[in-house]
Structure formats: C-alpha cells, structure tokens
Design a protein around this ligand. Structure first.
Ligand code: 5AD
Ligand code: SF4
Length: 447
C-alpha cells in the first residue's frame, strides 16, 4: 500500500448493538484527540471506520459491499479514503478482510481499538495493520477521558460472555466476561454527568454478571454499583442492558423497588418458550424459571416495563415448540421486544445442527410472533394514557416547537412547549401509538 495522507476528517459508522455505539463514540474521541474532526454531513470523510456487527445475517458480505461503495465514491471524487474495519466482523474475519479487500488499511477488534492512533501512523507510512488481540481491560485504561455532551450516555461496565448459547458468536468475538473496576466506573460516570449526561445506561453483554469491589473493599454486584452511582448528584436516571436470567441476584431485583433513579424497565432476553429448544440453545434456564423471575421483578416494581429478545426457527424447532414461544409472550405481555430469524453463525455449534429450517417457515413464524409483540406493545402504551410521568428531552421533534424524549418505561414521547434538550419535564401521556406517545407538557424543567 502507498503511504497515505494523514486524515483530517473522519466518520465512524456503527452497526448493531449499543455496545458498538459506545465503542464508536470512544473511537471518535480517540480520533478527536489527534485533531481529526468529524466530516460534515454529506461530505466524504478522509478516514471511514466501519464498526461492524456479526450477530446475524451476511454481516461480512455487507462489509465488503460497504468497502466497495467507499472505494467507488472515492474514485469518482479522485481521492482515496482511508478505511478501517472495526467491531465484531473485524474480530472474527480480520485476516480474510485483509486478503480480500486491499483498500482496507486497518482491521481492529473490539478489544484493541485503543491502539487506533498507532495504526493510523502506520497507515500514513503505507503499512497495513491488523490488531485483534484481546487484552480486555487495557483498552479502557488507554482511552481518553470522556467529554461527551448529551443527556443520555452509555457506559460499558462489563464486556464479553461465558455463556456460549449455541447460536451466538459473542463469546468468540467479544471474548470472556470481564468487569471493569468499580472505581473507574464511578469516575467515568461522574465525568459523563459533568459533561451533561442526566441518564446513564450501563452496558454489558451480560451486564448483570458484573462483579467488583467497592471503595471499602466489599464484594458488590451490579445492584451495588447502581446504588453507588445513584448517589451522583445530577445523575437522574440509571438503566442497564443486557441481562441473562441466570446471573440475576436478589439485590438487583430489590433495587428496582428501592432505588428511585433506577428506571422501571428490564430487558431480559428469553429467546424461546420451549424447554427443549432452550436446552438445545444451551440457555441453561427453562420457560418456567424465566417466568418466575419476571414475577419477582413485578413484585418489586409493579409498573416495570418488560422487554425481551426472541429467535424463531432455531434448528429443529417444531410448530408445537414455536407455539410455546407464543404462549410465553401471552403470559408475559411485553412492553417492548426484539425478534429475529435464526441465522447460522460460522463456528457456532448450532450452525452445524441437523434440521435447519427453511426460510419460508422462519418468515411465517416471525410474522406471527411480531404481530403478538406489536399487539402487546400497543396495549402497554394504551394502558399508560392518562398518566403523568417524567420525560428526559433528547432531541427536537419533526415540527418546530416539538420535542422528543423518553418516559421512565423507555417509550418515545413527543410534546410541544417550552423545553430544551437535557430537561426532565413532567408530561401527561395523552395518546398512544404503536411506537410513540403524544404528551402534554405539564411542568417544565424539573431537573
Ligand atoms: N440468529 C438470530 N438471532 C441471534 N441473536 C444472537 N445470535 C443470533 C443468531 N445466530 C439475537 C438474540 C440475542 C440478540 C442480541 O440477538 O436474540 O439476544
Ligand atoms: Fe450470546 Fe447467549 Fe452470551 Fe447473550 S448470553 S451474548 S445470547 S452467548
């Protein structure tokens, strides 16, 4: 590769989960420290970071077509963008990307992106580099201090997964479970709040597996961390995602009834309603144990909004087994949910299981499942009409004078009136739609 001009502008394109969004922000901060600025809307960037996701479907193919598009746009404009591939596809298929895509200067895995600056120097000298090491915690120590200005911020507290669900690539791309130290998290949270964050969402692939030692050396779990963060003045709302049913400690359930800043929302994936399928997925819980767990959350916090993830068409799933997923949905009545067709991931045990289901079967089951989930989401929104709640204002709405924010139950709420981004206001929920609520401003700037 020829030496490349050091980039002056960048664009980070993040795909997939919220942790990728967090990683994308951190990479942007690293680049900003080097004096590289975000490319203006519509402009070509000198450096493009594709922060990829490997969880489902043809992820790698998408990366190659994105690279092709960037190269072509560059050629048309008579320039050559510097391209970095980051994220989970980089981790899983780094070598292949380097071999197949000569336009790529850098391949960097999710645990190694703190070394992007050195890789940029090498790219400027015309050297291509790959870094898919997994030094885990080292990354966080090497990243610049947070200085993001937004009312809601993500904070990665735990990374990696030891569960090895048979369909999932995460244990391979993100590595083993690690918890960031309690003290570091307190500091990063405080800095985020100083920079304007009112709400922090604690992130982890299995966030409720977070373990640490508090400032007095006592062993604490996620609930202990949440209780400590709740003491930060100016931080008004705390959320966490994603949890695994088997790592749920009693204190986290209790915290939902006791910590006012902890929002009444729980995202707890179940994936399927049939015990045979759950076993084949290596989920290590049953439908019944999951339902009982949710009941305990509802006892601690009766208004809690429940959310889940589902996979339809896991290898060998029969019609009767799929019906058990529908029955579980009927039993829970989720406020929100994500549902996916099973997608065989190279290298995972399920990818080579017998009886992979035809696409049409998966399509049809997904439609039926989503119809129920949509029904329940609308019902949840309709049931909140007439109530008054706080809304954290996140951005302007489509029309002048309109604002958009989130209710405690993570519903999108829009309203008109005197407000600004970052306000927490009191809003009466006046009308329910499937994906958002119309509100009436009752009190401005509570916090
Ligand atoms: N196919 C389909 N969905 C998957 N998920 C994870 N792996 C796969 C796969 N191979 C879904 C699960 C998980 C969510 C993040 O993505 O529902 O909870
Ligand atoms: Fe994947 Fe299962 Fe780990 Fe979640 S718990 S990241 S689905 S292996």
């Amino acid at each position: 590769m020829k030496p490349q001009n050091p980039p002056r502008t960048y664009r980070v394109k993040s795909f997939g989960c919220q942790m990728n969004v967090y990683d994308g922000e951190r990479m942007a901060e690293l680049l900003a420290e080097r004096g590289i600025t975000p490319a203006a809307e519509g402009d070509e960037a000198d450096l493009v970071v594709l922060n990829t996701c490997h969880i489902r479907e043809k992820a790698a193919e998408k990366v190659y077509s994105d690279i092709g598009r960037l190269v072509k746009a560059g050629e048309e404009a008579g320039r050559k963008p510097m391209i970095a591939v980051a994220g989970c596809v980089a981790q899983a298929e780094g070598e292949e990307i380097m071999a197949r895509a000569p336009a790529v200067s850098m391949v960097v895995g999710p645990q190694a992106y703190h070394r992007l600056p050195e890789m940029l120097d090498r790219a400027a000298r015309g050297e291509r580099s790959t870094d898919t090491d997994m030094p885990a915690i080292a990354k966080f120590d090497a990243l610049p201090k947070r200085r993001r200005r937004a009312p809601n911020a993500f904070l990665t507290v735990q990374e990696g997964c030891d569960k090895f669900c048979t369909y999932c690539v995460v244990p391979y791309t993100r590595g083993a479970e690690i918890s960031r130290p309690f003290h570091d998290l307190g500091e990063e949270a405080r800095r985020l709040v100083d920079a304007g964050a009112m709400e922090i969402t604690l992130l982890g692939q299995n966030v409720n597996a977070w373990r640490g030692e508090d400032d007095r050396g006592r062993a604490v779990g996620l609930a202990g961390l949440i209780r400590a963060l709740a003491k930060i003045d100016g931080l008004e709302r705390i959320r966490y995602t994603t949890s695994h049913p088997n790592d749920m400690e009693d204190d986290l359930i209790a915290a939902h009834g006791e910590v006012g800043k902890l929002m009444p929302y729980l995202h707890l994936p179940v994936q399927a309603g049939s015990d045979r399928v759950l076993k084949a997925m290596n989920r290590q819980h049953t439908a019944d144990s999951y339902l009982k767990l949710l009941e305990r959350f509802r006892e601690a916090r009766p208004d809690i909004a429940l959310s889940g993830d589902f996979i339809v068409g896991f290898p060998g799933e029969t019609e009767a087994e799929f019906d058990e997923t529908l029955a579980l949905v009927d039993a829970v009545r989720y406020a929100h949910a994500f549902s996916f067709k099973y997608s065989p991931r190279p290298g995972t045990p399920a990818a080579t299981m017998a009886d992979q289901l035809p696409r049409e079967v998966m399509d049809e089951r997904l439609q039926r499942l989503q119809a129920r989930l949509n029904r329940d989401q609308l019902a949840f929104n309709e049931a909140s009409v007439g109530g008054t709640c706080t809304v954290l204002v996140e951005r302007k709405g489509k029309h002048p004078g309109q604002w958009l924010g989130k209710s405690p139950w993570l519903q999108s709420v829009w309203f008109e009136g005197a407000a600004q981004i970052g306000d927490i206001v009191s809003v009466e929920l006046a009308e329910a739609g499937p994906n958002s609520m119309r509100g009436l401003l009752r009190e401005t700037a509570l916090a």
